[in-house]
Design a protein around this ligand. Structure first.
Ligand SMILES: Cc1cc2nc3c(=O)[nH]c(=O)nc-3n(C[C@H](O)[C@H](O)[C@H](O)COP(=O)(O)O)c2cc1C
Length: 187
């Protein structure tokens, strides 16, 4: 992959055993991999072993921080838990700061109910803004997530392919624009 490729990792934002968000994250990851000029990686927050008796930048995981530092954009796959985001995702996000600044982010909400995680997305937006990320105006919405995949994790509702294509198109555009800005426009 050329060094000009954009790097847009997909973050699976829950540690819950039996999580359906994992199927969603794998689907979005595979769709991201198909995009020309984009390099990606699937990051499972379960694999980021942060201390839980402290918080913030002092508990940074160097590998995760280096990945975010290298990223031009992020996809967050986030389940809705009592209309909010998983605490473990916030704990992981809080461990970096300057690594996020002037980078693009898109959210895929996952819910058992019919609102496609729109409530968790709305809750997360101000957090991402404070981290210095630039949110896009297109989301992924995975309602009734428990019915969307078969036992092997294969997507059953193909309408999501077109929707994620549009989401990724916008995220890639914003990632490109912000990379240009970081490299060429003085702050
Ligand atoms: C603690 C908890 C709270 C939840 N709250 C909601 C909710 O507010 N709205 C909703 O639609 N689904 C809710 N769900 C269901 C999840 O959204 C559902 O399991 C979905 O598949 C995404 O989460 P998962 O990746 O953990 O499976 C909740 C699940 C858990 C474990």
């Amino acid at each position: 992959m050329s060094t000009n490729s954009l790097f847009i990792p997909v973050i699976l934002g829950t540690v819950r055993k039996g999580r359906t968000s994992e199927d969603v994250a794998r689907f979005v990851f595979e769709e991201t991999k198909k995009r020309a000029g984009v390099e990606t990686e699937l990051i499972d927050i379960r694999d980021i072993k942060l201390a839980v008796d402290d918080a913030g930048e002092s508990i940074k995981d160097s590998k995760f921080s280096a990945t975010v530092e290298r990223a031009d954009g992020l996809v967050l796959v986030v389940p809705e838990y009592n209309h909010g985001y998983p605490g473990m995702l916030k704990h992981v996000l809080d461990s970096n700061l300057k690594e996020y600044v002037h980078k693009a982010v898109g959210i895929c909400g996952v819910s058992a109910g019919g609102f496609g995680g729109t409530r968790v997305i709305e809750q997360l937006l101000p957090v991402l803004r404070e981290l210095g990320l630039v949110t896009i105006f297109w989301d992924g919405n995975f309602s009734h997530a428990q019915n969307l995949f078969d036992a092997e994790g294969k997507l059953l509702d193909e309408s999501h392919i077109k929707k994620i294509d549009k989401f990724l198109g916008e995220l890639i555009w914003m990632s490109k624009v912000l990379r240009y800005g970081r490299e060429n426009v003085a702050v």
